[in-house]
Write a protein that binds this ligand. Structure first.
Ligand code: F6P
Length: 337
């Protein structure tokens, strides 16, 4: 067979480990060939390709990013996008396409499968861990480790200056990174998109811990968290584009009188080498997807359920987001204040 593979959406540590696994298993176990489509869905639309071999994928398991690059390009943005994909798959004699991506990439795959019969299998990836129908996505563990290490560093500088440090982490829609990273880093308060920010609760927790003689605090906030109760003028952006971390730091400083600073970790959470956990998960996903492709199990996504790798229909994965498990947030709350 000839297998095509693409990586779509934001990059994420572990993508190269998936590519390596798909190539190794396809070539060695099935005698198949693998073709990389470059830059997400732009690759099969514009026929941007790169042959993938045992040789050019052998030393990439520990490398961050994706050697076939990525983009947020959507083939449904133009009327002839899906037809171009079908033509280019035919032109390259592709029997099965493996799309590695998050909600948007898998959503496109679902439509291509249902509306145009594209033979596609998906592998879930996102540092945000918000894709439904899988317990974890690879990339998340690496991001959480980056956050935990950053919070460890913030502790020592916060303590030295008696400051409150607000750490803004990724998570547009969900608080998985904030909650796991915050628990691991020993945060004094964690704010997530699933729960509106009640500023008085944050202030009370900070003051409580300071009243015990601990003169510094760490507050972790997901980029998608929003105020539920603060008066508009307190959170208004007065000098330009502020993220939620900056806004929160401003309000905390005003309400407590404590010196407060904000740090935004941004794309540092997404770059660099994957953790061992993510390398193993990505490799297991790649091996399973290769088997699905050769068995023609199309329109499905690989999934981790408990400790087992299985697969689910694409519609189970993309129709709703997997929001934070609030029982986990309750664990975090034990350590607030
Ligand atoms: O979806 C993953 C993610 O890292 C989000 O947490 C973040 O909001 C977004 O991507 C950033 O995307 P971009 O790199 O396109 O700005």
């Amino acid at each position: 067979m000839r297998i095509g593979i693409l990586t779509g959406g934001g990059d994420c540590p572990g993508l190269n480990a998936v590519i390596r696994a798909v190539v190794r298993h396809s070539v060695k176990s099935f005698g198949s060939e693998v073709l990389g489509f470059l830059e997400g869905w732009r690759g099969p639309v514009d026929n941007m390709i790169m042959p993938l071999t045992l040789r050019n994928t052998e030393t990439i398991i520990n490398r961050g990013g994706t050697i076939i690059r990525t983009s947020r390009s959507n083939p449904f943005a133009t009327e002839d996008g899906p037809k171009k994909i079908l033509d280019n798959l035919k032109k390259n004699n592709i029997d099965a396409l493996i799309a590695v991506g998050g909600e948007e990439t898998c959503g496109v795959a679902k439509r291509l499968f249902q509306e145009h019969k594209v033979p596609v299998v998906c592998i879930p990836k996102t540092i945000d861990n918000d894709l439904n129908a899988t317990d974890y996505t690879f990339g998340f563990d690496t991001a959480v480790n980056v956050v935990a290490e950053a919070i460890d560093r913030l502790h020592t500088t916060a303590e030295s200056h008696n400051r409150v440090l607000v750490c803004e982490v990724m998570g547009r829609h969900t608080g998985w990174i904030a909650c796991h990273g915050g628990i691991a880093g020993g945060a004094d308060f964690i704010l997530v998109p699933e729960k509106p920010i009640i500023i008085d609760e944050v202030i009370e927790a900070i003051k409580k811990s300071h009243s015990r003689g601990r003169d510094y605090s760490i507050v972790v906030v997901a980029e998608g968290a929003r105020f539920g109760d603060a008066p508009k003028e307190e959170v208004e952006n007065k000098n330009g584009v502020f993220g939620i971390g900056e806004k929160l730091a401003h309000v905390i400083a005003e309400k407590t009188g404590y010196e407060t600073r904000a740090t935004t970790l941004g794309h540092i959470q997404r770059g660099g080498s994957p953790t061992a956990f993510d390398r193993v998960l990505a490799t297991r996903f790649g091996v399973h997807a290769t088997e699905m492709a050769h068995e023609k199990k199309f329109g499905r996504m690989v999934s981790l359920q408990g400790s087992k790798i299985t697969d689910v229909p694409l519609e189970d994965a993309v129709d709703t987001l997997k929001t934070l498990d609030l029982s986990l947030y309750k664990v975090a709350e034990v350590f607030f204040g």
